[in-house]
Design a protein around this ligand. Structure first.
Ligand code: ZN
Ligand code: ZN
Length: 159
């Protein structure tokens, strides 16, 4: 079993395995959520996942939808503020890799949304880097619709 927990330990979970992908997202919202240059997320399927305790500790914040649903939602522990897995999980979902107390058994695959990397963040490993457009093509096998407002979707509008 791969164990995971929040900073204070009120939220604990375990995984049978992590299926991936294992991505490091550099988008503006993931940077704010993580407080760092990127947010490393590991893909998990629901049947491999078990929340052991702390469901009532998990809060959710959904950022305003700037382009299309679903909203970007951040889950966090109400005691320590640490990110957590979602309180209600879908068939496939992602867990912030920093919550894991054991190795997930897989390594990061790629950097994503690299066009949003801040100038102080130099990606110095050899992993592939994907912009939003490149990632869309990878996931959907076709180009992003030209009308997509990339900038407004991923830029946090503080005005
Ligand atoms: Zn906590
Ligand atoms: Zn992101």
């Amino acid at each position: 079993m791969i164990r995971g927990s929040c900073l204070c330990g009120a939220v604990k979970f375990q995984l049978l395995k992590a299926v991936g992908p294992f991505e490091m997202c550099h988008c503006n919202r993931c940077r704010k959520k993580s407080g760092s240059s990127n947010l490393s997320m590991v893909g998990v399927v629901a049947e491999d996942y078990q929340l052991l305790c702390g469901k009532e500790q998990i809060c959710a914040y959904s950022a305003p939808i700037l382009y299309a649903a679903p909203a970007y939602t951040s889950y966090f522990c109400k005691t320590c503020g640490s990110p957590t897995p979602p309180d209600v999980v879908s068939d496939f979902f992602e867990i912030p890799a920093g919550l894991l107390d054991d190795s997930p058994g897989i390594k990061p695959d790629r950097h994503i949304f690299t066009e949003f990397t801040p100038e102080w963040d130099e990606i110095s490993d050899e992993l592939p880097q994907y912009t939003l457009k490149q990632l869309y093509r990878l996931r959907h096998g076709k180009d992003l619709p030209p009308e997509t407002k990339i900038k407004s979707h991923y830029d946090v509008d503080n005005a």
